[in-house]
Design a protein around this ligand. Sequence first.
Ligand code: GLU
Length: 319
Amino acid sequence: MILAVSTLKIPSSPAGGYRGRFAPSPTGPLHAGSLAAALGSWLDARINGGKWLLRIEDLDTPRCIPGADQQIQAQLLACGLNWDEEVVYQSARQSLYQGALEQLNRLKLIYPCHCSRQAIVNRLADLGIQAPRNQEMVYPGTCRPDTLVANAVDVLEGSQAWRLALPHNCLIEFKDLTLGPQSQNLNTQVGDFVLRRSDRLFTYQLAVAVDDATQNISHIVRGKDLLSNTARQIYLQNQLGYLTPQYRHLPLVLDEHGEKLSKQTLATQIQTQDAKHALAELRKAAHHLGLRGLPDGEHISIAEWLMAATQAWGVTTSS
Ligand code: GLU
């Protein structure tokens, strides 16, 4: 199966107009990398006369840090990156994810999986495949039944993971607005992926597909570290009958070792205690996004600087 987004219904001008979003996980305050993603998506929404939404992705509760959501919001506001609608928290949307899982279950597209991580490593070893360290493994299909069935709804609540059963040759193609044509073979690069974990937490892939659709997101502008998730999300959108938004993946901010900045690697938080510091952080983020020729004087307000940055973003992204 080849699913090319060109053959899907893409909302070139969706009913709600341009709707973008920034979707941080509250695992810590914003760092230079997450600010660049926030700024890029904010500028893209503003130059397109669109809305910019803030969604707190607090599903993976063991990784969330209490208060980080408030810190992130304060940092965004200090940088003048205001959002247009009420902040959405994924933790309050479990019933939507459950509904999507039940829909996929009725379509006979999911199956329970009891494999531990080690069991997957062992199975891959039996197949002569060395599991990559610190990376996702391609699921070898150990628990996949020969015949997929619609399970009783109460079975979905059990303490097993639920995986999406992919069709053969599931090649997803899409065009990224910055990076151009992209493709991923989900069978060979991902395998049947988890929608609900054995600890009953819904996964990022399912939640983001549901949220982007229910929030009518037309444009997803985010860091390139998320590029490898996009094909999965497009495939899920397709199975759930959702429209596929446009995607633009932004360059990553790397540390001095060439590693992606992340809260896990304890990247330092941006300094936004006053307008001077916030503007300095915005300038670094804009430089990182490739924006040049922005006003560099000391006496410009953040609002004026953001206006100039919005124009510059328009020029950069239209060329
Ligand atoms: N919550 C994800 C993160 O903080 C971003 C999700 C997305 O933009 O799709 O990395």
